[in-house]
Each structure stands twice: as structure tokens, then as C-alpha cells.
Design a protein around this ligand. Structure first.
Ligand code: G6P
Length: 606
């Protein structure tokens, strides 16, 4: 989704702003722009489409200036073209904005009555005019006054032609981080754009305004109450957000899963004493152990991981659990009582619906636990307690390592609670040992990359695929289908295998690829019957099966083997071949897997 960067320093900033915007490209965008202050004037360069267009524009008409703001826009109000691209500006004020101004239509009418004429269709332009209207001699005061009239969500950074040494930023519902460099300050919506400059950051909170000059910064609330902020160290490094020899981030992130899951397990999975340590829940462990019900919530891939969590919590910890889409939970008047714990699952920690679900749960008195990857993100900060994934930055739009990280964390949590509730030490020993083997087992699956590619290439022209799984592998089927559709644009549906008979079986035709997750477990016999049903209708079966299962090779057209593990841990393995299958099908179809059409990495608007 939209990306923001602002820099104030001692050298020309336009080039550095574009470099920062490139770091935010993965979030998805359709136009981009930069504004700097030059000789007391605001100068802008904007372009539709990719950043290379903006770079061309900047080569033709270079932009000097030691203070500037830049933006990658993902259209909400108005088509993606140059006039709608940010920064939006008046003669005096330029602004970049993430979020949505809900009362923008009323503001437009009001501003038009004041004689303002608009040049774009965006909600953001109203902010620029409002600030200009309120401006007397102090940009910070003008921003503060303008925001009193604004309803909605925003992260904004503004500059003013009359104050060539000042950046003013404000946040309400859309993240902003201030990077404290040696001779410069960098403000951005995502730490990825800051890392090249510094690892020292300040996280802005909602309803805060920051005034940044070359000499320092000060933060206040929207009501002008001073706020003291701590400078924190970002835990990510620059090389973690680079491709490291891979062609795509998605590919890199699939292949780094063994390594990052080891990091996720480190210090938590105690292989010597066969127990689990989770620092993020020590203060609420008693309450968690006594929970009468758990509601898990999230969006997209995180929702699929939450569904695995539901199965784990009920099966192993024997706590009633249910999973809800964050977008539904927030509006459906959910029943939350004192014994309910809400677990919020999110890679970015910024997804708007998930954040709203969290707030809804808190308002209703629930204890809320976060399972989040991005340290310091909004969800991480607003939850009462949490467990970070520690899988490093995820840049690929199609989530891969975050899914396995989320499932790993939910497994650790479940085992911790199960042991505290009733699980025998003997069972615990088995689970801990099996979980410790998972990273190595994923490595073994990744070695089959070439044969998975062959399967993907064979079926890449088929426009309808089914993914079927049962029990723990039902969420994996959903996730496998989502991966395929989001990056290869092939229509795919994931289902609990038994549901196939209640309708979707009508779709099966000669040559249709049907992916079965058919590993050994309690429902193996049942899923084999489903395989037979598909075969007899001419479907081509691609089976993910347990190593050594020769019987399935008689039935399936293709078999991808995964090592044996305990059934509740299977999703951590069975999802890997499906990530590879989707990746190779998309590449074979010529799709840019890191920039899938219409998709954003982090959906920060509703
Ligand atoms: C977007 C992404 C998905 C992701 C979902 C939730 O739709 O494209 O890959 O699963 O948001 O994101 P989160 O950051 O909350 O996990």
C-alpha cells in the first residue's frame, strides 16, 4: 500500500527519496512523486506507473533541495495518474499522505466555498489546502489546526515553502517512523526505507505530531501536550531486505524458511529440558492457561495461520477456539466475555481490519495477544502481550515465511498451554523433538524444487485448480490455493476434501489439476477415497504425501513427498511444496511474483 518518505539533511535529497521509495515498492503502488523546497518554492516531479518513470522525469528535470518528501501511491480516491499522484501541493504547502480522509467530500465543498480550486480527485489534496488555509507563520500549528477538521486515518508529512528547514509529520492509524541519522532525519512509513540511513528510530504513536528540523525533533500530541520519545534500534539489517542472489523476494523467502524458523524457535524451544519458554507471555501466562475460549483473527494468509492455530489449540490444549476474519469480527458484534482471549495474527502489524478487530476486542474487555512479525508495528504496540515471529522482513507480497513463522509461534504457544493444562511430559518430549526437526525437514523438501517446477510447468496453462485437505491440512489447502491465485492469476479453490462432494465435484473435468494434501494421519483413508473420486472423473492428482507412501504413487499422477512428523506439525511441512508450486507456475506464466497485480503487501485501508 502507499509509502511515505521525507528527508531533511545537508545534501540534495531527491535521489535518496527515490531510493527510499524503491525500498517501499514491495508494498504495491501505481504512481509516485517527490517534492523538495528550492529557493523558497515547492518543486514537484510526479509520474504514473513504476518508479523508473519518476526517475526518468527527475533525469530530465533534476530536483535540488536538502529537504523533501516522496510517496508511492496505491489509488483509493481517483484513478492512478500523474495529477492524482502525491505529493499534493498548494503554492505554500506540500503533503504526502497514507490512509483515507473520510469527510473529504465535505471538506472539498467547504474549501471550494473559500475559493480553493482542486487539481486532483484525491482526498489528500484537501489536507494540503486545509494546512495552507490555517498557515500564518508556523507549519506545525497549521497542521495541528487542519487536523482538527479531518476525520479518518492518516500518516502525513508536510513541508512549507516559508519554512525551508522544517518537516512536520502526524499520525492517526497509519504508521510513521522517524530515523535519526548523523546529519539527517528520515521519516518513513516503513523501516525498510530508513535502514540505508540509520538503524536508530523513533516510533510515532496515533494522535502525535512531530516537528523535525536539521537540529532535532520534538513530538507533541494533537492537543499540543509534549511527548518524550525513546530512540530504539531496528532489529532488521539492510542485507535482510536485499535479494541475496535470488531473482525474486518470494523465492528468497521460501528458501530461507529453514534458517528463519530456527531463529523463531531459538531460545523458545528447549530441546534439553523439553519445554517451551515464551518471554512475551510470562506476565499473562496464568490468565492464558485459564482461558475459557480463544478467538483468533487476521486477514489473508494470517487468517489461514490462525485457522491452524484453532485446530492446534482445540486438539492439543483443549481450549475452545474459533477463527474469524478480522473484517467480520470488527463489525459483527462478537461475544467477548472475561474468559475470552483474542489472538491477533499479522505479519506487518499494520493491517487496518486486524488493527480494528484488536481495538474492538480490547474495548469489549478481552485480553489480546499479538502474533506479529514487525517489531514496533501498530498491532504489536496495541496488544497487551505478544510473541514476535522473528522471521526477518518479508518483502514478497505473497506471504510465505510469515505463514510458517505464524504457525510455528502458534504451535509453541499451544504446546506451552497444553503442558500447563494437562499434556504429559512424555507427549511434550515428542512434540518438542519433532518441532526441533522441522527446519531440517523443510530443507529436505526444498531439495525437490526442480521436480515441483516440472509439475508447475506442466499445468500452468490450466485455469482452474482445486486444493483439498482434511484436518490440519485443510488450512494448508486454503493457503496453497491463495498462493496460486495471487501470483499466477490462475483460479484456485481450497476446500476441506469432504466438501468436494457437496458441489465443487461438478467442476472436475478431464485434465483438471487437483492438489491433495494426503499425508499419513487420522484421515488418510478418507482422503484416499477423495483421490479416487477425482481420478475417476479425469482430474489430474498432484499429491503431497508422506515419505515412503508407495500406495499413493499408484493413484496420483505426481507425488511430492514430505518427511514424516506428528500430525499437528504437518502444516509446517505440507505448505512448502505448495509455495513452490505457486511460485513456479507464476514464473512459467511470465508473472512478476513480487509485484502481483492489484495486490498490496500491507492493506492499511479498509
Ligand atoms: C495482504 C497481503 C497478504 C496478507 C494480508 C494480511 O492482503 O497481500 O499476503 O496475508 O494482507 O497481512 P498481515 O500483514 O496482517 O499479515
Amino acid at each position: 500500500m502507499c509509502g511515505i518518505i521525507g528527508i531533511i539533511g545537508t545534501r540534495d535529497v531527491a535521489g535518496h527519496i527515490v531510493e527510499g521509495l524503491k525500498r517501499l515498492e514491495y508494498r504495491g503502488y501505481d504512481s509516485a512523486g517527490v517534492a523538495t523546497l528550492v529557493d523558497g518554492r515547492i518543486e514537484r516531479r510526479r509520474a504514473e506507473g513504476k518508479l523508473v518513470n519518476l526517475e526518468t522525469r527527475l533525469r530530465e528535470q533534476p530536483l535540488p533541495g536538502v529537504i523533501g518528501i516522496g510517496h508511492t501511491r496505491w489509488a483509493t480516491h481517483g484513478v492512478p495518474n500523474e495529477t492524482n499522484a502525491h505529493p499534493h501541493a498548494t503554492d505554500r504547502v506540500a503533503v504526502v499522505h497514507n490512509g483515507i480522509i473520510e469527510n473529504y467530500s465535505a471538506l472539498r465543498t467547504y474549501l471550494k466555498q473559500k475559493g480553493v480550486s482542486f487539481t486532483s480527485d484525491t482526498d489528500t489534496e484537501t489536507i494540503a489546502h486545509l494546512i495552507a488555509l490555517h498557515y500564518k507563520d508556523n507549519l506545525e500549528a497549521a497542521v495541528r489546526a487542519a487536523l482538527q477538521d479531518v476525520q479518518g486515518t492518516y500518516g502525513i508529512v508536510a513541508v512549507c515553502a516559508k519554512e525551508p528547514g522544517t518537516l512536520v509529520a502526524a499520525r492517526n492509524g497509519s504508521p510513521l517512523i522517524i530515523g535519526v541519522g548523523r546529519d539527517e532525519y528520515v521519516i518513513a512509513s516503513d523501516a525498510a526505507a530508513i535502514l540505508e540511513h540509520t538503524s536508530q528510530v523513533i516510533y510515532m504513536e496515533d494522535n502525535e505530531i512531530a516537528r523535525i528540523t536539521a537540529d532535532g525533533f520534538r513530538t507533541t500530541t494533537l492537543d499540543a501536550v509534549p511527548v518524550t520519545k525513546d530512540v530504539e534500534e531496528v532489529e532488521w539489517t539492510l542485507d535482510q531486505i536485499e535479494l541475496g542472489g535470488h531473482e525474486y523476494f518470494m523465492e528468497k523467502e521460501i528458501f530461507e524458511q529453514p534458517k528463519v524458523l530456527e531463529t523463531c524457535l531459538r531460545g523458545r524451544l528447549d530441546l534439553r529440558d523439553h519445554c517451551i519458554h515464551l518471554g512475551g507471555i510470562v506476565d499473562c501466562a496464568r490468565e492464558l492457561v485459564r482461558a475459557q475460549r480463544v478467538v483468533l483473527t487476521g486477514c489473508g494468509t494470517a487468517w489461514h495461520a490462525a485457522l491452524v492455530g484453532e485446530y492446534l489449540l482445540e486438539d492439543l490444549a483443549r481450549i475452545p477456539a474459533e477463527t474469524d476474519y478480522a473484517s467480520e469480527f470488527r463489525y459483527r458484534n462478537p461475544i467477548i466475555d472475561a474468559g475470552t482471549v483474542v489472538i491477533v495474527v499479522s505479519q506487518s502489524g499494520e493491517t487496518s481490519d486486524t488493527l480494528a478487530a484488536l481495538q474492538e476486542a480490547k474495548q469489549r474487555g478481552a485480553m489480546v495477544l499479538g502474533v506479529v512479525n514487525v517489531v514496533g508495528s501498530s498491532i504489536a504496540r496495541e496488544t497487551d502481550h505478544g510473541i514476535y515471529l522473528h522471521v526477518g522482513p518479508e518483502t514478497g507480497v505473497a506471504s510465505t515465511k510469515a505463514f510458517t513463522g505464524q504457525v510455528t509461534v502458534l504451535t509453541l504457544l499451544t504446546l506451552y498451554l497444553a503442558r500447563r493444562r494437562h499434556m504429559s511430559q512424555r507427549s511434550m518430549n515428542n512434540y518438542v523433538t519433532a518441532l526441533g526437526r522441522i527446519p531440517g525437514q523443510i530443507d529436505a523438501i526444498l531439495e525437490q524444487n526442480a521436480s515441483v517446477r516440472t509439475i508447475a510447468e506442466r499445468y500452468m496453462d490450466q485455469n482452474n485448480w482445486l486444493y483439498l485437505g482434511r484436518g490440519y491440512n485443510y488450512p494448508v489447502a486454503l493457503e496453497g490455493a491463495l498462493k496460486l491465485k495471487e501470483i499466477s492469476y490462475i483460479h484456485a479453490e481450497g476446500l476441506p476434501a469432504a466438501e468436494m462432494k457437496h458441489g465443487p465435484i461438478a467442476l472436475i473435468h478431464e485434465g483438471m489439476p487437483v492438489v491433495f494434501i494426503a499425508t499419513k494421519g487420522t484421515q488418510y483413508g478418507k482422503i484416499i477415497s477423495n483421490v479416487e473420486e477425482v481420478r475417476s472423473r479425469g482430474g489430474h492428482v498432484i499429491a503431497v504425501a508422506t515419505e515412503g507412501d508407495r500406495d499413493i504413487a499408484e493413484l496420483a499422477e505426481h507425488v511430492i513427498y514430505v518427511p514424516d512428523t506428528l500430525e499437528p506439525l504437518q502444516p509446517l511441512l505440507t505448505t512448502i511444496p505448495l509455495q513452490l508450486l505457486a511460485f513456479h507456475a507464476a514464473v512459467a506464466r511470465g508473472c512478476n511474483v513480487d509485484k502481483p497485480r492489484n495486490l498490496a503487501k500491507s492493506v492499511t485501508v479498509e
